[in-house]
Every structure is written in structure tokens, then in C-alpha cells.
Design a protein around this ligand. Structure first.
Ligand SMILES: CC(=O)SCCNC(=O)CCNC(=O)[C@H](O)C(C)(C)COP(=O)(O)OP(=O)(O)OC[C@H]1O[C@@H](n2cnc3c(N)ncnc32)[C@H](O)[C@@H]1OP(=O)(O)O
Length: 155
């Protein structure tokens, strides 16, 4: 599977603050105020954290169009556990494809790349939470329903 012509995938950069990523994420949920300083500080924190095996904990990716504008984004966060002999679990988070770019397999490509990062980092599984309306999409990406999400909110 490859990206459509004109699109490319890469790791998030500190300079992506002004590159459309926050607009893309607003198609997923409320983004709120993220100043350039806050973006840089979060980016630095994500870039710094490492697992015991040296792999990155945070792995944010973006897909950009031929003008370099972010049109899709998502990340896999790798959790280091005590169980499963110090096993690693990937958590797919904050997946969003710009509304004008949906249906071009960008989301599927992004999930494939994020899942591969988790596998290469040593994860024994990758999990995610999604709405009922996105179940079919994740099934097309090879994921299967397992368990029920529970939450308590403080916002
Ligand atoms: C862990 C999380 O972050 S969950 C939150 C996911 N994000 C959102 O809901 C934000 C808004 N939605 C989006 O950003 C996008 O619609 C996404 C990420 C859900 C899908 O991205 P797209 O690039 O549009 O999907 P893509 O074109 O790769 O679709 C892959 C396949 O899934 C199918 N598909 C995509 N979305 C859906 C859906 N909601 N229901 C059923 N099938 C779907 C496509 O038809 C395609 O099928 P095919 O391979 O047989 O042709």
C-alpha cells in the first residue's frame, strides 16, 4: 500500500505549529489554544522521552500534501509495563484526516505506519479507543473489537 501521488509521510516537526496540524485536529475534537511556545514545549517533551530499549515513547506522524501542508496526523504512544515481562503496548491516539482529504486512504496508510512503528519498537499489541462510527474504518486497517472503553471525566 502506498500514498496517493503528491502526498508524503514524516515525523512531526517543531515548525508544524503553523502548518495546518491544529486545523486538522479540530476535525477530531476541541483543540483550544496552543501557542507556538506551548507547541514547542510539548514537541520537546515528546522528542525527549525514551523507552528502556531506546525507542521513542511518543511517535507523532503527519501526512503532508505537495505544498507541505499537513493534511493528516496521528500518533502511537508506547507504554512500558511490568506485566508480560516488562512488555510494551502501543496506544494509537488523535487520528485525524482533513475533511477535504478523507476517502483517499490517507487514514489507512497512517494507521499502517503507526502500527509498524509500535511493532518495530517491540510492542506485543496496539490498542485504541474509537466511536462506533469508526469501527469499520479500523477493521479495514486490520484491528478487531476487544473490550469496552470506560472513562471518568474532569473537564
Ligand atoms: C484513535 C482515534 O483517534 S479515533 C478518531 C478517528 N478520527 C476521527 O474520527 C476524525 C474525523 N475522521 C477522520 O479523520 C477520518 O474520516 C478517518 C481517520 C476516520 C478515516 O480516514 P480516511 O483517510 O478518510 O479513511 P481511508 O480513506 O483511509 O479509509 C480506509 C477504508 O476505510 C473505510 N472507511 C473510512 N472511514 C469509514 C467509516 N467511518 N465507516 C466505514 N468505513 C470507513 C473507507 O471506505 C476505506 O475502505 P476501502 O479500503 O475498502 O476503500
Amino acid at each position: 500500500m502506498s500514498l496517493p501521488s503528491g502526498y508524503s509521510i514524516r515525523e512531526l516537526k517543531a515548525s508544524d505549529h503553523t502548518n495546518g496540524i491544529l486545523d486538522v485536529l479540530s476535525g477530531l475534537t476541541t483543540v483550544g489554544t496552543v501557542t507556538a511556545n506551548a507547541f514547542e514545549s510539548i514537541f520537546k517533551q515528546w522528542s525527549t522521552l525514551k523507552l528502556s530499549n531506546g525507542s521513542n515513547v511518543y511517535n507523532p506522524l503527519v501526512i503532508v500534501d505537495s505544498n507541505g501542508k499537513v493534511v493528516a496526523t496521528g500518533m502511537v504512544f508506547i507504554e512500558e509495563k511490568l506485566i508480560h515481562s516488562g512488555g510494551l503496548v502501543g496506544h494509537i491516539e488523535d487520528i485525524a484526516v482533513d475533511s477535504s482529504q478523507q476517502g483517499k486512504s490517507l487514514g489507512k496508510f497512517l494507521i499502517k505506519e503507526l502500527s509498524l512503528i509500535a511493532k518495530r519498537s517491540g510492542a506485543y499489541k496496539v490498542i485504541l479507543d474509537c466511536s462506533e462510527s469508526n469501527v469499520k474504518f479500523y477493521e479495514k486497517c486490520g484491528y478487531k473489537e476487544a473490550g469496552v472503553e470506560m472513562q471518568i471525566r474532569y473537564d
